[in-house]
Design a protein around this ligand. Sequence first.
Ligand code: F6R
Length: 357
Amino acid sequence: EKGTYPHYMLKEIDEQPIVMRKIINEYQDEHNELKLDEDIRQAMKAADRIYIIAAGTSYHAGLVGKEFIEKLAGIPVEVHVASEFSYNMPLLSEKPLFVFLSQSGETADSRAVLVKIKEMGHPALTMTNVPGSTLSREADYTLHLHAGPEIAVASTKAYTAQIAVLAILAADTAKAKGLELPFDLMKELAIIANAMEVLTDQKEEIEQLARDYLSATRNAFFIGRSTDYNVSLEGALKLKEISYIQAEGFAGGELKHGTIALIEEGTPVIALSTQENVNYSIRGNVQEVVARGANAMIISMKGLEQDDDAFVLPKVHQLLTPLVSVLPLQILAYYAALHRDCDVDKPRNLAKSVTVE
Ligand code: F6R
């Protein structure tokens, strides 16, 4: 039940710190060691390449997960949109492992891929919020997201839960392979849970940003480099699906290869800058759009911030920033939709789970 909340989406945004702590508990044993099914560990170890299959927001979580698995566990990863994979299958490696990311576990596009790759005899792991779901039952292994029921059509807490569980999967695989980890993941996730709490307490500030930047616009751009680019795709999807503002996520360096033509006086450009190695270059991209009249909002991270940044995120580990940088984008989308009198929880033309191909 949504209790005192006006919308499920707002409630689910607020639940993210609780979900983070739940995930830490569920995936940790009494000695504070990562706890994962031995079968899943072996399947990950045996794979020479991981194929992540998903749709929409789950696909965006997969893009972040690819970085974890490649950087921590040293296994190459491809992330595919389910509806494309079925009809245009890439050449597969010798020992692929398929990972299906699906909040509902019922997405028909993903199921079509699962059926096909099972016919081919390949192993499959489903990461889902609904363990009894079709994708869970039909795969060899299941990892539970532990996000609790997600009712709002726009996915929020399932996105961060997917990213956290993907990080756990990557870290567990790294340990199983005897690789050194750059951090104590569970400690970092606890820091993130606290940071999420700080962010959910800053709703008024973010509502004001929604007024300042998004109230009178027909379109908006989200830009970022490296992992901020992955999050900018999700920020754009959140905004368009509930507020109907046309929004696109772009790699900071790619805008000038065509799309910058769309920048006019007052066009909102929301730039994420949470990564030290691209902080300088993304700010250069912001200057390019500001020179053409854009109304730029920079969301940066403590330690990388500059004076006129619109919003500064609490500092978390560089690899895990999507878990916090997405929150202000979710909250921005929520208020942009609310200010336009949109039906936040049930946007037009959309269903919570898409069971047709
Ligand atoms: C966006 C959204 C959708 C879903 C997509 C996949 O907010 O909710 O893009 O992410 O339909 O759904 P699942 O994860 O249930 O397979």
